[in-house]
Design a protein around this ligand. Structure first.
Ligand code: HEC
Ligand code: HEC
Ligand code: HEC
Ligand code: HEC
Ligand code: HEC
Length: 272
C-alpha cells in the first residue's frame, strides 16, 4: 500500500477521536455552562460565536477574566473574574488590549463625555459580543444620528475614505505579488502599520488631527506604492522570460520531430 494512504488511514482511524477530544477540552467551561443557561446568559455565547474575537482567539476570559478550566473556580474573584463591567468602565475593559485606540478615544469628545455619562463607549459602536471587523461602514446615518446630526461624522468619514481606498488597492497588489512568489513581508508590515495608524485615527474625531496622521502615513503608502511598481515590472519581466522559454521549447520540439521524421525512420535507412 502507498505510504500516503497508510498515513491517511492512521490519522482518520486513530487520530480523529484524539483530535476531537483535544478540541472538546479546549472549549472553555464558560462556553459549556453558559450555552445551557438560556436567555440573556446564553445570548453572549451565540453572539460571540459569530465575532472576530472568537476567530482570533479572544475568549470569554480575555474580557471577563476568570478560570476557563474549572467550573467551581470560573467566576470567583481569586481567579481574576471581573464580571459584567459598569458602563463607565468599558473603555478600560476593552482598552487593556486595544491600547492605542483607547488613548485616542479618551482624548476625543466621545471619551470626555462618556467619562461622565457612559456613552458613547466602545460597545455603542462595536457591540459587546458580536464584535465584527471594523470598517468605515460603521460611520453611517443610522449609527451616528442617535445623538447628533450627521454633519461632523460625514466629514470624518470623508477625511478617512481616500486612505482607506488606497490601502485596499495596495493590499490587493501585494496579494497579487505574493501569488507570483515574491517576498512581500516588509511591504505587508509597512502597510499594516499605516492601516493601523489610519484606523486608530478614527477615534480621534478631529479632521485636523486625521490630516496630520495622514501626512505621515501618506509618505509610507507612497513608498509601498513605489516598491510595488518595481515588483510589477519584475513580474512582467518574468512573464516575458517564461513565454520566451516556452516558445524556445516548442521550436526545439519541432526541430527534433522533424529530425526524427527525416533521418530516423527505419525504412529511410534502406532506401537508396
Ligand atoms: C457552571 C456554570 C457557569 C460557569 C462554568 C460559568 N458561568 Fe458565568 N454565570 C453563570 C450563572 C448561573 C450566571 C448568572 C448568575 C450569576 O451572576 O451568578 C453567570 C453570570 C455571568 C456573568 C454576568 C455577571 C453579572 O455581573 O451580571 C458573566 C460576565 C459571566 N457569567 C462570565 C463567565 C465567564 C467569563 C466564565 C468562564 C471563565 C463563566 N461565566 C463560567 C454560570 C456559569
Ligand atoms: C470583547 C469583550 C467580551 C468578550 C470576549 C465576552 N464578553 Fe461578555 N460582556 C462584555 C461586555 C462589555 C458586557 C457588558 C455590556 C453588555 O451586557 O452587553 C458583557 C456582559 C456579559 C454578560 C451579562 C449579560 C447581561 O445581560 O447581564 C454575560 C453573562 C457575559 N457577558 C458572558 C460572556 C461569555 C459567556 C463570553 C464568552 C462566550 C463573553 N461574555 C465574552 C464583553 C465581552
Ligand atoms: C484580551 C484582549 C482583548 C480585549 C479585552 C478586547 N479585544 Fe478586541 N480584539 C482582540 C484581538 C486579539 C483582536 C483581533 C486582532 C485585531 O484585529 O486587532 C480584536 C479585534 C477587535 C476588533 C476588530 C479590529 C479590526 O481589525 O477590524 C474590534 C472592533 C474590537 N476588537 C473591539 C473590541 C471591543 C469593543 C472590546 C470590548 C468590549 C474589545 N475589543 C476587547 C483582543 C481583545
Ligand atoms: C463612535 C463610534 C466608535 C466608538 C465609540 C469606538 N469605535 Fe472603534 N471604530 C469605529 C470605526 C468607525 C472604526 C473603523 C475605522 C476605519 O475603518 O478606519 C473603528 C475601528 C476600531 C478598531 C480597529 C482598528 C484597526 O486597527 O483596524 C478597533 C480595535 C476598535 N475600533 C476598538 C474600539 C475600542 C476599544 C473603543 C473604546 C475605547 C472604540 N473602538 C470606540 C467606531 C467607534
Ligand atoms: C450615544 C451618543 C452618540 C453616538 C451614538 C455618537 N455620538 Fe458623536 N458625539 C456625541 C456627543 C455627546 C458629542 C459631543 C457634543 C457634540 O458635538 O454634539 C459628540 C461629538 C462628535 C463629533 C465632534 C467632535 C469634536 O471634537 O467636535 C464627531 C466628529 C462625532 N461625534 C462623530 C460621531 C460618529 C462618527 C458617530 C457614529 C459612528 C457618532 N459620533 C455617534 C455622542 C454620540
Amino acid at each position: 500500500m502507498n505510504l500516503k494512504i497508510i498515513a491517511f488511514l492512521f490519522i482518520t482511524l486513530l487520530g480523529a477521536p484524539y483530535i476531537e477530544e483535544v478540541q472538546a477540552q479546549k472549549e472553555s467551561v464558560c462556553v459549556k455552562c453558559h450555552s445551557q443557561l438560556g436567555g440573556k446568559f446564553a445570548e453572549p455565547v451565540k453572539l460571540w460565536n459569530e465575532s472576530i474575537h472568537k476567530e482570533m482567539g479572544n475568549n470569554c476570559d480575555g474580557c471577563h477574566g476568570g478560570d476557563t478550566t474549572d467550573p467551581a473556580r470560573a467566576m470567583i474573584k481569586e481567579s481574576g473574574f471581573l464580571g459584567k463591567p459598569k458602563i463607565t468602565e468599558i473603555p478600560n475593559f476593552c482598552g487593556k488590549c486595544h491600547v492605542g485606540v483607547k488613548e485616542n478615544y479618551l482624548k476625543s469628545a466621545h471619551g470626555i463625555i462618556a467619562a461622565k455619562t457612559g456613552a458613547p463607549n466602545c460597545t455603542t459602536c462595536h457591540n459587546s459580543h458580536d464584535v465584527k471587523k471594523a470598517s468605515l461602514e460603521l460611520i453611517n446615518e443610522k449609527n451616528c444620528t442617535r445623538c447628533h446630526t450627521y454633519e461632523k461624522p460625514q466629514k470624518i468619514k470623508q477625511a478617512l475614505s481616500g486612505s482607506e481606498t488606497e490601502i485596499a488597492r495596495l493590499a490587493a497588489q501585494i496579494k497579487n505579488a505574493k501569488g507570483s512568489s515574491i517576498d512581500t513581508r516588509r511591504l505587508e508590515e509597512k502597510l499594516f502599520a499605516a492601516r493601523n495608524a489610519i484606523h486608530q485615527a478614527t477615534h480621534v474625531l478631529s479632521v485636523e488631527k486625521i490630516n496630520a496622521i495622514k501626512a505621515t502615513t501618506g509618505k509610507e503608502l507612497a513608498e509601498v506604492d513605489a516598491s510595488l511598481k518595481e515588483i510589477n515590472k519584475e513580474i512582467a519581466k518574468r512573464k516575458r522570460i517564461a513565454i520566451g522559454v516556452m516558445i524556445f521549447c516548442f521550436a526545439a520540439a519541432g526541430v527534433i520531430l522533424l529530425y526524427r521524421k527525416t533521418f530516423l525512420k527505419p525504412e529511410s535507412w534502406f532506401k537508396v
